[in-house]
Design a protein around this ligand. Sequence first.
Ligand code: LLP
Length: 413
Amino acid sequence: MTSFQYKKGALHAESVPLGAIAEAVGTPTYVYSQAALTGHFQVLDKAFGESPHLICYSVKANSTLAVLGLFAGMGSGFDIVSGGELARVRQARGDMGKTVFAGVGKTQEEMARALAAGILLFNVESAEELEALDAVGRQAGRRAPFGLRVNPDVDARTHRYISTGLKTSKFGVPFEEAVALYARARKMKGVRALGVDCHIGSQLTRTAPVKAALSKVAGLYAELKAQGHPLEYLDIGGGLGITYADETPPSPQEYARTVLEVVKGTGARLILEPGRSLVGNAGVLLTRVLYRKQAPAKTFVVVDAGMNDLIRPALYEAHHALLPVVKQRGKAVEVDVVGPVCESTDVLARARPLVLPRQGALFAVMSAGAYGMSMASTYNSRPRPAEVLVEGTAWRVVRERERDEDLWRRERA
Ligand code: LLP
């Protein structure tokens, strides 16, 4: 589904020309398509059809309140990893009863807050964390519902920085230790086993690792059920990939088929934690060309979006397509598109063939809806970008561009 298309040579988000947004709001600015956000959710939801499932949108991918609010409005649950994300979901009127909490370093204070808020499930990532959750539960006079995040030791075959299901990864408990840990949990008064969880990595473009991991986890679920653990949920994590360049990730239907085939015997309710696949291709980052510059060996195009605004290329060598907001004719030359941040890694695109843009020309950095704004920082004391949500012919600012005074809020000189 693409909601960003050229109409008469001008790139649009749905029916709004991106140039008009840049004129009104300035750059850099993130622009999201509401039709894409809701459409991606509905397609995935439909792919799992009548099989009992709950989509818990992974907040870390894009935690902007307007985005969370849209998903909340469609009945989505949420996958959170911090007290801050819990607060965001609450602020966006998300359903706490459909919220799951993962992460290797939850503090007891965060656990207590989440328990009081009535979340569905804690995804516990170590034996010591389980003991901490037990203490929190006992203190509150309740049993905290939990699932163990197990590490199935499967190579997700994605970038090593976003691969999480290997033995060498910090995530989850070793698969072999899970049964014993559930047995220990049974004797605890502050927890109650409700599920089993795994997440093997992000930007998955193949079904084989998903199948391999889920086969192990479904087997574990059945074994635990047979031992009398009152489990209800099998949380399969997120990770479904998207097309940035020429990747061919499984379609939602193919993904659902793969998953359902493996888990069908368990009778479990599925929890899905998609992030990128819902928001990634629903957003772009608008940026303006400041300068062109010819070095002896290279042509540079300097734009006003830096690695502080979108860190993915610098951090993961990620590829994002760059589309001129006004279609250009002419011969492409190889350029490095760089940002203003004082770091050599502040490169948005390396050796990219582009028609050399004019000064002031606008570009849309494509597929920037996931892990764009949510990972933005103010490094180099650059205020973070504005965000705009488009709906048909209408658009509105859903986050104002930060101002200089936001940079030193809460500082004491
Ligand atoms: N569930 C858990 C437990 C996770 O750790 C993650 C992502 C998700 C769900 C959502 O995964 P998704 O569907 O978005 O792939 N910043 C990196 C990606 C980091 C992913 C972290 N965990 C990037 O920009 O590629």
